[in-house]
Design a protein around this ligand. Structure first.
Ligand code: SF4
Length: 362
């Protein structure tokens, strides 16, 4: 098995489950976080003993809302990670809700070993935040970026959502401009998508909410892409832009089909086996079941599948085309590659291929 250099840790708790959310997230249950952190620490410890893992180049603590953990709990988890081995200069990201980004937490997270903060801004428009059921205000979000930067984070990312009903192109660009003015190093802009199992999905089905049309969504996307490029944030993946040198190394590893371990409730792992096949594993989703299994056995596996070498190469190609640098993984499928390029769905770039969207953005 290829050595694993990336670790994803899932924290499935949120203060409130937003109506559009399709992640493995649960409204926080009093008292559940401490045993969860213990279970997660145990799972990391057991994985470290059983798998060819480390030194780790990237660690990503995502959710959910990992910033609900106290800095002592973040430290507890990262101490287990350090026992596996962290490479010098490893990227250690924590996702944070603006309301949790206080000066005290910032100092605690930095001290625990976090060096990249990804802040869920989503929007600065009051109507949009209300619609999305986010609990913070635009002022809170800007204050969070300022607190993170002044508190010592040299690598801050902001997540934004476009295509929110009722938000005009001008209002969307106003949010983008205000976030850029704060000097973040990285920015992700995601289209608000309607997932069928969510409350938003139900509201759209029953006609209570009307989503913007594809043309409007695309207009917001292209306008953001142009503005970000002009502001010195090269586009490197469909939904991601960064200052040079600040692309998210953790996500880049996954998009380049590097193996990773996922720990925590519902977390997925991807391992590359010596014969060229890929093994995917996933943990049990519910936090109660996860805590029980990971505490008892140090493992909480719920299922796995193995992809043949050919399917693994196909998957690498499918994932790699979302990068602006493209991928050579599609070279193993010359007929399909030529057909998709001929149809204008893939574009050639320095002998590699990428999605036409990426071509159009440059
Ligand atoms: S805060 Fe994020 S993870 Fe939690 S419910 Fe809202 S969208 Fe989902």
């Amino acid at each position: 098995m290829e050595r694993i250099r990336s670790l994803y840790l899932h924290v499935p708790f949120c203060t409130w489950v937003c109506k559009y959310c399709d992640f493995n997230a649960y409204a926080v249950l009093e008292g559940l976080i401490p045993p969860y952190v213990d279970a997660l620490s145990h799972e990391i410890e057991v994985a470290g003993a059983e798998l060819p893992i480390g030194p780790l180049e990237t660690v990503f603590i995502g959710g959910g809302t990992p910033s609900l953990l106290t800095s002592a709990q973040v430290r507890q988890v990262l101490e287990r990670v350090r026992a596996i081995g962290l490479a010098p200069g490893a990227e250690v990201t924590l996702e944070a809700n603006p309301s949790n980004v206080t000066a005290e937490n910032v100092a605690g997270w930095l001290d625990a070993g976090v060096n990249r903060l990804s802040i869920g801004v989503q929007s600065l428009q009051p109507d949009a935040l209300r619609f999305l059921e986010r609990l913070h205000s635009g002022t809170d979000a800007i204050a969070a970026i300022r607190t993170a930067r002044s508190g010592g984070f040299a690598n801050v990312s902001a997540d934004l959502l476009f295509g929110v009903p009722g938000v005009s192109l001008a209002a969307w660009l106003e949010t983008l401009e205000s976030v850029l003015a704060e000097g973040v190093q990285h920015l992700s802009a995601y289209e608000l998508t309607v997932e069928s199992g969510t409350r938003l999905g139900q509201e759209v089905r029953t006609g209570l909410v009307k989503m913007p049309g594809d043309d409007d969504q695309l207009e917001q996307y292209w306008a953001a892409a142009a503005r970000l490029e002009a502001a010195g944030y090269p586009h490197y993946e469909i939904s991601n832009w960064s200052r040079p040198g600040f692309a998210c190394r953790h996500n880049l590893a996954a998009w380049n089909y590097q193996p990773y371990l996922g720990a925590g409730a519902g977390a997925h792992s991807m391992f590359r086996l010596d014969d060229g096949s890929t093994e995917r594993r996933w943990n049990v989703k519910g936090p109660h079941a996860y805590i029980k299994r990971a505490s008892d056995r140090g493992r909480a596996l719920d299922g796995s599948e193995t992809l043949s070498p050919e399917r693994a190469r196909g998957e690498a190609a499918m994932i790699g085309v979302r990068l602006l640098d493209g991928t050579d993984a599609a070279d193993g499928f010359p007929a399909e590659r030529a057909q998709l390029v001929g149809a204008g769905l893939l574009a050639e770039h320095d002998g590699r291929v990428r999605l036409w969207q990426c071509q159009a953005a440059t």
